[in-house]
Design a protein around this ligand. Structure first.
Ligand SMILES: NC(=O)c1ccc[n+]([C@@H]2O[C@H](COP(=O)([O-])OP(=O)(O)OC[C@H]3O[C@@H](n4cnc5c(N)ncnc54)[C@H](O)[C@@H]3O)[C@@H](O)[C@H]2O)c1
Length: 78
């Protein structure tokens, strides 16, 4: 999907709102489709809706990293 528009392999990618719906799905797409990327996720994990859903997404991402050719770093912001 992503590689058809732009080659993101071997790049550093910053994803804001990475625990949210759009951000987490973007991170998971990158983890499964890109190679050699360093993905940096930032999210304040606010409580606009249930935080448990965001924690679940971040757990899913951590799980995907075990089989990925990319690296993932998450920083919780304020
Ligand atoms: N979901 C959709 O279908 C859709 C469609 C079109 C546009 N958008 C837009 O895309 C963006 C993301 O949508 P979403 O559905 O993923 O929302 P979301 O609420 O699920 O995710 C947003 C994330 O950003 C984080 N966040 C908010 N303020 C922050 C800050 N100051 N610093 C760090 N993290 C912060 C929140 O904790 C949250 O996890 C929004 O601007 C939304 O309007 C969403």
């Amino acid at each position: 999907m992503l590689s058809k528009n732009v080659d993101l392999n071997n790049t550093v990618i910053l994803v804001t709102g990475a625990a949210g719906f759009v951000g987490a799905n973007l991170v998971m797409s990158l983890l499964s489709e890109a190679e050699g990327t360093q993905i940096i996720g930032i999210d304040s994990v606010n409580d606009y809706y249930d935080v448990a859903l965001k924690d679940y997404r971040l757990q899913q991402i951590d799980e995907m990293c075990k089989d990925s050719k990319n690296t993932w770093i998450f920083k919780k912001g304020n």
